[in-house]
Design a protein around this ligand. Sequence first.
Ligand code: GNR
Ligand code: NI
Length: 174
Amino acid sequence: MAILKILEFPDPRLRTRASPVENVDDELRQLIDDMFETMYQAPGIGLAATQIDVHKRLLVADVSSERNDPHVLINPTILQKDGVAVTEEGCLSVPGFYEEVERAEHIRVRYLDRDGETCESDFEGLLAVCVQHEMDHLEGKLFVDYLSETKRQRIRKRLEKERKERRLQTAVAG
Ligand code: GNR
Ligand code: NI
């Protein structure tokens, strides 16, 4: 198991469109386990492969408070969307910022599970929001893209400033 490094906005690699997974094998299952470990320790409710610089169509999620309801979706496609849900979203790739985003309330998704079996599931509530947020990552899209240009720029500038200060601090300490 391993904790993987999470890319942060505005890293251009977060804009990569992920490619379909061709083989659901032991190597992929190792990556899935590492993604869960990374998501749980962050802590986050979801993680897309894009965020750890792996550009494959793969996401993990667990929105339960007990952290015992893991979901793995490989090559997900949305079959149906219904209703509207507005949620205050955050993102491990945009640390410290939370903004309201409008998504579908219910979704039906087709995907492969960790055994490579085709599944269809209905998701609602926070899990539906999370799956849509993660599927956006696989398209190179971030929740900040739903905000105004002004808000997005403000977030980008603050994160760039924080990163610069962290670099200076490391240089002094090191
Ligand atoms: O941990 C996360 N919380 C969250 C809250 C509301 C809507 C979406 C999310 S996903 C996020 C983890 C993450 O960045 N996944 O890509
Ligand atoms: Ni995210």
